[in-house]
Design a protein around this ligand. Structure first.
Ligand code: ZN
Length: 460
């Protein structure tokens, strides 16, 4: 019998949407047993009595901006924030690094940077833009989990938006490669025109910015993306959906057989547009924060199961890019990867009484299964021993100085939460304890597992 490396004892373990008190045995980075009492000893034992033990969080939407713009974040600080917050796998977006991930060499450069500094396992998105359709295959060969396209301006020159023709051609290619396309869905014609009119009239406040990105811009673009995906038989993932009607369109498409999933972000679940007025530029994002009625609709959709994934869309920038009088010119993006799990559990479980196991699913097996991360997302034998031990007994305030980000600003800073990540374990080794990173970076690249084979007929 192989000697166990680790036993985590006595925690309230979240497995397959259920919670029970159990021990977890780990050997060579994998879970080998989950049962009420595991006999024997291991090289390391961790007492988890009084804590909840969840699968390590899989955050499929982060921007770490390295190589090229590591002064905005970087893999070392971004992944440290993930580890401290309970995230053990981060899928990183193709833009805001330079060069953006649009071809093989740019993938290789990012892979190298991540491998040198990441405290958590990572997957990489490739881009889908008008300038790299010919390079999608080389990205697929290297192991991207999908292709990200912007239906509106990305705000950054080296990552042009995908017009309908690009999206149509790109989806055909992605479908042939067996990979999903993820879209930032906002109607560019509409948002650009509303913004131009507003700025020309000198209307440049936060309220004016909100008015330039109405819900219909998102709803129209989601509908168009769904039609294109249906026509091309391409798997579609709609990132950061901010409206109830956006989610409803996705649910309706799924009901008629379209392979489409919905993601929302912790900031759309926690903040509303009044918070944007109060918090200012650190809460600027696109699509923007919405009225409270939309926030309520997102929670209802999440409870119904119509939201498959909650991600952070961690999108950091230096403080001097988040200041100024013209709200249209201020850089958009919210820093939130460290607070993803704690904000979801606090707002979902403590405030709304949604079962922990159900909330956990949106940030663990939901994203892992959608993006074919074979050994992630469950506490079951054969899975990677990625665990987060969470204390729901006490409240704590997340201070700005607690943030591991390079730039320690976030709308989540200063908030009080009820679920504190105490320890994060990556493939059997502790990577964070009580807000501090432990050990050297050892994150590795995850590539999508082959599509599931057609099941064999039952014997007999
Ligand atoms: Zn993003």
């Amino acid at each position: 019998m192989t000697r166990l490396d680790l036993i985590v004892r006595g925690g309230a373990v979240v497995t397959r949407h259920d919670i029970s008190t159990a021990d977890i045995a780990v050997s060579q980075g994998e879970i080998v047993e989950v049962s009420p009492e595991i006999a024997g000893t291991a090289r390391e034992e961790i007492d988890a009595h009084g804590l909840h033990v969840l699968p390590g969080v899989v955050d499929v939407h982060v921007h770490f901006n390295e190589p090229g713009r590591a002064d905005w974040e970087g893999w070392a600080t971004g992944s440290a924030a993930c580890a401290v917050g309970g995230t053990t796998t981060a899928a990183e977006m193709p833009l805001n690094a330079h060069p953006p991930t649009l071809d093989g060499p740019s993938f290789d450069a990012k892979h190298k940077a991540a491998e040198a500094s990441s405290h958590v396992d990572f997957a990489l998105w490739g881009g889908l833009t008008p300038v790299n359709l010919e390079h999608m295959e080389e990205l697929a060969v290297r192991g991207v989990i999908g292709f990200k396209a912007f239906m509106s301006s990305s705000g950054i020159d080296d990552f042009p938006a995908a017009d309908d023709a690009t999206l149509f051609a790109g989806m055909q290619r992605a479908a042939a490669l067996g990979l999903p396309v993820a879209v930032h869905a906002e109607n560019d014609t509409l948002t650009a025109a509303l913004a131009a009119t507003s700025v020309a009239a000198g209307r440049i406040t936060a309220r004016d910015y909100l008015a330039s990105r109405p819900a219909i811009a998102e709803i129209e673009a989601i509908g168009r993306a769904i039609l294109l995906a249906e026509e091309t038989a391409c798997a579609l993932h709609v990132v950061h959906v901010s409206t109830g009607r956006g989610i409803a369109q996705i649910a309706a498409a799924r009901a008629r057989g379209v392979d489409v999933t919905a993601e929302t972000c912790s900031h759309y679940l926690v903040f509303d547009e009044d918070d944007l007025q109060r918090l200012g530029a650190i809460a600027k994002c696109a699509p923007p924060l919405r009225p409270q009625c939309e926030v309520d609709q997102l929670w209802q959709a999440l409870i119904r199961g119509d939201i498959h994934i909650v991600a952070s869309d961690h999108s950091p920038a230096p403080a001097d890019m988040k200041t100024g009088d013209d709200f249209f010119r201020i850089w958009g993006g919210i820093s939130g990867c460290q607070s993803l799990l704690t904000s979801l559990l606090s707002a979902g479980h403590t405030d709304r009484n949604i079962p922990i196991a159900s909330l956990a699913s949106q940030v663990t097996d939901g994203p892992a299964s959608r993006f074919r991360m074979a050994k992630k997302g469950h506490i079951l034998p054969g899975y990677d021993a990625d665990l987060v031990l969470v204390d729901l007994r006490e409240t704590f305030t997340l201070h700005g100085c607690d943030l591991q980000y390079r730039h320690k600003h976030s709308p989540f800073a200063g908030m009080t939460f009820t679920s504190r990540p105490r320890r994060t374990i990556l493939r059997g080794q502790t990577v964070a304890i009580d807000g501090m990173v432990v050990g050297a970076p050892r994150g590795r690249l995850l590539t999508p597992a082959p599509p599931l084979p057609v099941p064999l007929p039952a014997p007999g």
